[in-house]
Write a protein that binds this ligand. Sequence first.
Ligand SMILES: NC(=O)c1ccc[n+]([C@@H]2O[C@H](COP(=O)([O-])OP(=O)(O)OC[C@H]3O[C@@H](n4cnc5c(N)ncnc54)[C@H](OP(=O)(O)O)[C@@H]3O)[C@@H](O)[C@H]2O)c1
Length: 246
Amino acid sequence: MSKIKDRAALVTGANRGIGKAFVEELLAAGAAKVYAAARDPKTLEELVEAGAGRVVPVALDVTKPEMIEAAASRHGDVALLINNAGIANNAGIIDAEDTGAARAEMETNYFGVLNMVRAFAPVLAGNDGGAIVNISSVAGRVNFPVIGSYSASKAAVHSLTQGVRAELAAQGTFVAGVYPGPVDTAMAAEFPMDKLKPNDVARTILESLEAGEEDIYPDPVSSELNAGLLSDPKAVERRAGEMLPS
Ligand SMILES: NC(=O)c1ccc[n+]([C@@H]2O[C@H](COP(=O)([O-])OP(=O)(O)OC[C@H]3O[C@@H](n4cnc5c(N)ncnc54)[C@H](OP(=O)(O)O)[C@@H]3O)[C@@H](O)[C@H]2O)c1
């Protein structure tokens, strides 16, 4: 069940970047209601106003299981869950000062998604199975050593997505993994390269979801990387490694 029109969706990390774009594009696609979840609901004021009654602010830190449980028990009409919130420490695995950032990335990017899907699985079951969209990254399909620990956390999201898809098939939940290339948000600000606009990416992802795609590569960089992984995965790995400054 991956339709958007007249359904309720919840987006994590909805206050800025791709998450904010998801809220806007869900409204444009006819969602009945969008629960915009953010650590600080004050940052959602503009979106709530623009939503004219269809955007409901939710205070939610994805590293806090008690907040996740509260959101799942309060918002029983959620039929589409978009796990978008994420953090990136732009450093390598060996190169990082210590393991603190790598743990924080796992806590947000992996355990955040894990806790969300566990809490919302029964909610989705009660809404014709519903759908889950997990935002991984091209870095979840091959390790980019310049962002090595982030890549590992996004690879964990990819694996989780496959497992959850199989486990929730019986209740009819559609589970999509998304593997974007560079998008023009604060997260990618340090990387001087061509980047897509967040709204274009969010719109493409929602269209792919409605078309029933399980593995979504929403831009030319990610489609090309996926094609490379299918034809010559070691060449893709070597190219990602060559991005390290010498
Ligand atoms: N930008 C890219 O090039 C790119 C490419 C591939 C994948 N992605 C993925 O796309 C997703 C969105 O990234 P973005 O580019 O939009 O980054 P962004 O502009 O840095 O936004 C990140 C969002 O996640 C939220 N967040 C962080 N930690 C959180 C937590 N513990 N609980 C709840 N919300 C939390 C942030 O909220 P605060 O405002 O409270 O910090 C913010 O809303 C991420 O999963 C990212 O890994 C991004």
